[in-house]
Design a protein around this ligand. Structure first.
Ligand SMILES: O=C(O)C1=C[C@@H](OP(=O)(O)O)[C@@H](O)[C@H](O)C1
Ligand SMILES: C=C(OP(=O)(O)O)C(=O)O
Length: 675
């Protein structure tokens, strides 16, 4: 996950490959709660692990439910409807911004009469719950508003005897209220002698396919609800949830929409593998958002599907504008709004008033951000009409606000395929954690850049602080980090261990050895053929040895490819001695970092002492000066600034000051207008 203030997506040209999507949010949270209401253990496989499911699991644990998480497998040991919170005080449940946790849990606790408070993030306190509370009160439930009437936070308490068995709920704000009642009310009629409960839906019911998911999963847990169309549901006496032992969660169909769209935009080619392949969700899905496939086809996408897979290619191009009632696919419809940027004509998405009460006011947010890209947008009370930028010159490099809405972030990543070749800046990319924490990683693993991957080169002499600066920059920008010096050290270590002397005589053998090396850098560690060799290569004698191998032209050539392959999306910060001059001569920003020999010797001394190595400052200074001389005078790729490198002497600068300096150079090169 990119937990950084913004992520710059370079212009993307193509996409192909296979993506295994995380589990469905709607199915995961329903199944976790239903399993908690059974006696016995249900093992939930392929569950979503995201903010929304974490708040559900944390709440269930607080209520005394057994929860064992092992990756995406979650074992829930239910309480048979008798929650046993650890303290006598009302449970205080924090449900983030998860509608699928807030609404169903509120209903279940209210119907069971379990004292609890339910709250969430600030936006959750602006998302309505009044229609659900009104329905619960008809059933004798005690629910009080702790803040504004009609909105969380709420407190539920013991149920009264003052209940009606025919209750009504409004369906026009959110289908989650009906879902919540359908899940909770069976708990009130466990005996065959109980009265049936009639649940009537008042007014139009929106987002109907989500009710299908609910009914489908209730049946999986042994509860069959009788229904008359969409307006009347009857909960039968003798309803009891039964643990199905194992439940498999489909991949999320709404998450699939971004990859379907990307395939329709940018997967050209006729080969068998020239497609975006989605695993885990397909034609047999119980999720309504699978019908996004029909909408994408109508816009021109070429989609093949099997029971639990999809294959997408670009079909018609440009895409065709559509005019569609999207009430049945409220979440995936947002993806259509961004696809509309690539269509000929005006796309109109209708009957989506519910967008206004989701993670943000999505009608307004979508209109604002699409306009930033150069589109013409009409925002109505319950519709949005999008006309793409008229011509290439109208497209803008936009800084996209995401409003703490995962779908805004995921949708607008698709703008990086724009025909003008402009990058897109996504603010607060970590908001995808609500349903798809590794969304950007998944997208960028399949996408190809339109031009070169952005690279920042940090070159400079030994102990100038290149590594600290480069790795910090990489962290701030969400870029990959290449420690090229470590590659030379790894080579020196492996050659020394293989008994090869590090000179021209053994050059060919060292080159052969490099072909067998499989170094891997991850999270500040360096692995060599499965061994964490970070400490071994940092020993001071390895510095000199690295310098010796690096003077061998064959070795440099063999490592060249390995280093260039490190330039992967979304970008790379490379530190070394010839990053800007030899390895990445096209890099848009090259920094030549220096400090006085005395400053560098002092830093190296401190570093060695901290790592438990003994060293004399005067020896280090002499070594450093000798190494500088060797590095600057060698015939192949001598250490020197690239002609277009910016010099940075950090003798008097703290790390943060150096980072800020380079960041400001980098940001000044980007085309984003201030917002
Ligand atoms: O029941 C569900 O799982 C959901 C129902 C829909 O909400 P509304 O019914 O409020 O439209 C949808 O937008 C949400 O992401 C998940
Ligand atoms: C509306 C959404 O979420 P929630 O389940 O919180 O309603 C969504 O995921 O788009």
């Amino acid at each position: 996950m990119y937990a950084i203030p913004f992520l710059d997506l370079p212009a993307l040209a193509q996409i192909r490959g296979t993506v295994v999507l995380p589990g469905s949010k709607s199915i995961s949270n329903r199944v976790l709660l239903l399993a908690a209401l059974c006696e016995g253990t249900t093992v939930v496989h392929d569950a979503l692990d995201s903010d929304d499911t974490r708040v559900m699991l944390a709440a269930l644990q607080q209520l005394g439910v057994g929860v064992q998480v092992n990756g995406t497998t979650v074992a829930i040991t239910g309480c048979g409807g008798r929650f046993a919170p650890s303290s006598a005080a009302p449970a205080e449940l924090f449900l983030g911004n998860a509608g699928t946790a807030m609404r169903p849990l509120a209903a279940v606790l209210a119907v069971l009469g379990v004292p609890a408070t339910l709250s969430g993030v600030a936006r959750m306190h602006e998302r309505p719950i009044g229609d659900l509370v009104d329905a619960l009160r008809q059933f004798g439930c005690t629910v009080d508003y702790l803040g504004e009437t009609g909105y969380p936070p709420i407190r539920v308490d013991q149920i009264t005897e003052n209940r009606q068995y025919s209750i009504s709920v409004k369906g026009n704000v959110s289908s989650q209220f009906l879902t919540a009642l359908l899940m909770a009310l069976p708990l009130a009629v466990p005996s065959p002698d109980d009265q049936p409960i009639e649940l009537r839906v008042e007014g139009e019911l929106i987002s109907k396919p989500y009710i299908e998911i609910t009914l489908n999963l209730l049946a999986r847990f042994g509860v069959i609800v009788r229904r008359d169309g969409w307006s009347r549901f009857t909960i039968q006496p003798g309803s009891r949830y039964r643990a199905p032992e194992h439940v498999y969660v489909e991949a999320d169909a709404s998450s699939a929409s971004y990859f379907i769209a990307a395939g329709a935009l940018a997967c050209e080619g006729r080969g068998e593998d020239d497609c975006v392949r989605i695993k885990g969700v397909g034609a047999d899905s119980i999720q309504g958002d699978i019908r996004f496939v029909d909408a994408a086809r109508a816009m021109g996408a070429d989609i093949r599907s099997g029971a639990n897979w999809l294959e997408i290619r670009r079909g018609a191009w440009p895409l065709k504008a559509i005019d569609l009632d999207c009430n049945h696919i409220p979440d995936a419809a947002m993806t259509l709004a961004v696809m509309a940027l690539y269509a000929e004509g005006t796309t109109v998405l209708r009957n989506i008033a519910s967008w206004r009460v989701k993670e943000t006011d999505r009608l307004s947010a979508m209109a604002t951000e699409l306009r930033k890209l150069g589109a013409t947008v009409e925002e109505g009370g319950d519709f949005i009409a999008i006309t793409p930028p008229r011509e290439l010159g109208v497209w803008r490099a936009a800084t996209i606000g995401t409003y703490d809405d995962h779908r805004m972030a995921m949708c607008f990543s698709l703008a990086a395929f724009n025909p003008a070749g402009l990058p897109v800046r996504i603010l607060d990319p970590k908001c995808v954690a609500k349903t798809f924490p590794d969304y950007f990683e998944a997208l960028l693993a399949l996408a190809r850049p339109r031009g070169e991957v952005p690279v920042i080169c940090i070159d400079g002499p030994s102990a100038s602080g290149k590594g600290t600066l480069a790795s910090e920059l990489a962290k701030r920008l969400g870029y990959h980090y290449l420690d090229s010096g470590a590659l030379y050290r790894v080579t020196a270590l492996a050659a020394t261990r293989a008994g090869l002397s590090l000179d021209a005589e053994h050059e060919a053998n060292i080159v052969r050895l490099i072909q067998t090396l499989n170094p891997r850098f991850d999270d500040g560690r360096i692995w060599l053929n499965g061994e964490d060799c970070g400490t071994a290569i940092r020993a001071d004698d390895m510095g000199g040895k690295a310098s010796q191998v690096s003077a061998l032209p064959g070795v440099r050539a063999a490592l060249l490819d390995l280093q260039r392959r490190a330039a992967r999306l979304p970008g790379l910060v490379a530190d070394g001695r010839d990053m800007g001059t030899v390895i990445f001569p096209q890099a848009p920003l090259k920094v030549f970092l220096t400090a006085t020999p005395e400053t560098r010797a002092d830093r190296r001394h401190k570093q060695l002492m901290a790592n438990g190595f003994d060293a004399k400052l005067s020896d280090l200074l002499a070594d450093l000066q000798a190494r500088d001389a060797r590095d600057t005078q060698r015939s192949v790729a001598p250490l020197k600034p690239a002609e277009d490198a910016k010099p940075l002497d950090n003798s008097q600068l703290g790390i943060e000051e150096s980072v800020q300096q380079v960041l400001s150079w980098w940001l000044a090169l980007q085309p984003f207008a201030a917002t």
